[in-house]
Design a protein around this ligand. Structure first.
Ligand code: PLP
Length: 278
């Protein structure tokens, strides 16, 4: 909803929105609903992005990126995006759903990870449903932008506010991240690295540089078969098939959390190995 609010309220048919091809569905839906021209580029392909921007004649241009790509677990090349935005006078929007509370020295997300300043990005969007353990989302930007969204955005005006129970939980989570972010994100990344390394050691392809680890499968039937086997063995990993990804890009996605023990991860790897032999 946060993505839809920003994109449909600030952009319309004479504008251009530049998006990565594997952007989260809520970004794609917001861009489509805005009526703006959509230009797609591959994850982190900033050379292609630059060509697209150069050839675009719209006055208002927006580059949207995810801090951590939800379908690959890779981290965006934000410094290059910021440079391009400055060079070609584009606005920038960062969806830090999978990055906030996970990457960066203190777990503060992609801007911290890349040693940038918050003000290098025009609009910060994120969810309260991942590292913050609640539900709902947030938008951070200059006061004038936020004021404009509050007054004019129908998806925002027509939805009930987040309940106090959720706010209390999220406030507590923020407090914990503020106090212990560095320790928590280091220990999460340590677990992620262990999991990925063990998979690779067992000749199972694995990608991802954040809490997300993805095993590419490339076939719908095989993805469903392995993910069903994982579920039967008490491992809740998402089998991702079209339309979640393009055909041939099917994959299984694991989200490592702080509550997973190293034994949990070893057990999971054993089950994955068995799943691949089915
Ligand atoms: C990049 C990105 N943005 C937004 C969302 C939406 O999150 P939620 O609906 O949990 O608030 C997700 C969910 O996975 C996501 O990956």
């Amino acid at each position: 909803m946060a993505n839809i609010v920003v994109l449909t309220t600030l952009y319309s048919k004479n504008d251009t929105i530049f998006l990565e091809k594997n952007s989260h569905g809520s970004i794609i839906m917001g861009a489509k609903l805005s009526g703006a021209k959509i230009r797609l580029f591959e994850e982190n392909d900033t050379n292609n992005l630059e060509k697209l921007i150069k050839n675009d004649k719209s006055k208002n241009k927006l580059i949207v990126t995810c801090g951590v790509f939800s379908m690959s677990g890779k981290i965006t090349n934000l410094p290059d995006i910021v440079k391009l935005a400055k060079r070609y006078n584009c606005m920038t929007m960062l969806d830090d759903a999978h990055a906030f509370g996970v990457i960066g020295e203190n777990g503060l997300g992609t801007v911290e990870y890349h040693n940038l300043k918050s003000s290098d990005i025009d609009i910060h969007v994120g969810t309260l449903s991942k590292s913050l353990s609640g539900s709902g989302g947030y938008i951070c930007a200059k006061k004038e932008i936020i004021k404009y969204l509050r007054i004019t955005s129908l998806p925002y005006i027509l939805s009930a506010s987040i309940s106090p129970v959720i706010i209390a939980g999220v406030t507590k989570s923020l407090e914990i991240i503020k106090q212990n972010g560095q320790k928590l994100s280091n220990s999460l990344i340590e677990k992620q690295r262990f999991f990925k390394k063990e998979l690779l050691k067992n000749n199972i392809q694995a990608i991802g540089d954040s809490a997300i680890v993805v095993i590419p499968i490339g076939d719908t039937e095989k993805t469903l078969k392995i993910s069903k086997f994982l579920h039967q063995n008490r491992i809740y990993a998402n089998g991702i098939i079209p339309p979640g990804v393009r055909r041939g890009q099917e994959r299984i996605r694991f989200n490592i959390t702080l509550t997973h023990s190293f034994d949990n991860l070893k057990y999971t790897i054993d089950i994955i190995k068995k799943g691949f032999k089915l």
